[in-house]
Unconditional design. Sequence first.
Length: 131
Amino acid sequence: NQVLIYLLNHSIKSDDREKVLFLLNNHSFDSDDDMLNAFILKLKGDIASDDENISDAISYYRKAVDIVPNYDLMVSYSIALIDLHLQGENLDKANKVFKKITSLTKDIDNLPRNTQNNIDFIEYKLKQLNK
């Protein structure tokens, strides 16, 4: 698994999409580390999104959001998931994802500034679309 992650990371940094696809499609990844599992799911979601396969991208991102153990990454992945729902013109599902983010947050003011800004931005965006 470590070698696969290293090769994926190198291929991503080198912007070698074909190598990334080859590695994901030809190697199984099995880890007890939810951070790594979420990374792989997010990467698959990114690729599906780039290929305009929104339903697959949503599925991968939803799974990544559910297992990622880091709150800041959960917010980041959730924002991408919200954007995918909006691309698919599903405002209700986008609102549900946002509600989940805020329900998991007890004290938004004590979050890192970047995370607060991301939450504020998506909240504003959704308010505009919900009018």
